[in-house]
Design a protein around this ligand. Structure first.
Ligand code: HEC
Length: 230
């Protein structure tokens, strides 16, 4: 019995001290079981590690090469990054082409149709966004009587005069690039949200039903294509 007890005691003391050794704290990361995962060597986009022995001390690779070796002869120019396919233009997640119109190209912008299909939830989103980004100047009802608007003055009354009939593409463009005394909001509001605001302005503030966003994306594509980037 005594021997068994001593074994159990000694055994548990050993296990406890072993586990204690794994304890991390302060600068000590503890025992790491898969250091390759914690300290993986990032692929640098513009270069490759061509030395096959790099990271050999750590390696468990089946091809016997060093863990850090990451050269791939199929990628040209000694880079991990692949170049974009020639003569192509990347679309964003919503499928939109890059918006390339310049601030002064209002006439072309006016031709663009809203690619976001209108619905009650979209109008609701538009309202929230309008209150966040436009209300301070244009006021709740869009009459240019927001608190900040009163101070800076000259804020467009979205319900008055020629503003009522502004094409939706132009409203989008003005939000994106700004106009006159209004600053650009393109860097602060994502593209889809800007189009939601346009729906809200057109339908709720200006009380106009817009055509049910048909082949709209084609229109914006056409405009984007006739306007080369530079
Ligand atoms: C800092 C104040 C301010 C904010 C914020 C602001 N605007 Fe304006 N907005 C103005 C002023 C000032 C004008 C008049 C610009 C001019 O013609 O000089 C204007 C003009 C406009 C016009 C008329 C454009 C035209 O073609 O003449 C529209 C449409 C418009 N704003 C929509 C918006 C929307 C939508 C938002 C929210 C995303 C917004 N604005 C946010 C101050 C603001």
């Amino acid at each position: 019995m005594k021997i068994a007890n001593a074994l159990i005691f000694g055994g548990s003391a050993l296990v406890i001290s072993l586990l204690g050794g794994c304890k991390a704290g302060g600068e000590n990361p503890g025992l790491e079981y898969a250091p390759q995962m914690y300290h993986s060597i990032a692929y640098e986009p513009l270069s490759q590690i061509k030395d096959e022995s790099q990271g050999g001390w750590l390696s468990t690779r089946e091809d016997g090469k060093g863990e850090y070796y990451n050269s791939n002869e199929n990628n040209p120019h000694g880079m991990n990054m692949r170049e974009p396919v020639a003569n192509t233009v990347p679309r964003n997640k919503q499928g939109y082409l890059p918006y390339r119109l310049k601030a002064f190209e209002l006439e072309q912008a006016a031709l663009i149709k809203n690619p976001v299909k209108s619905s009650d939830p979209i109008l609701k989103d538009g309202e929230v966004l309008y209150l966040q980004y436009c209300n301070a100047c244009h006021g709740k009802g869009g009459e240019g009587d927001g608190k900040a608007g009163e101070v800076i003055g000259g804020v467009a009354n979205l319900k008055g005069g020629a503003y009522v009939n502004l094409p939706e593409g132009q409203i989008f463009h003005v939000i994106t690039k700004g106009k006159g005394r209004m600053g650009a909001h393109g860097s602060q509001i994502p593209e889809e949200s800007r189009w939601k605001i346009v729906h809200y302005v057109k339908q709720v503030i200006q009380g106009q039903a817009t055509a049910a966003a048909p082949a709209a994306e084609v229109d914006s594509t056409t405009v984007a294509q006739v306007t080369p980037a530079n």
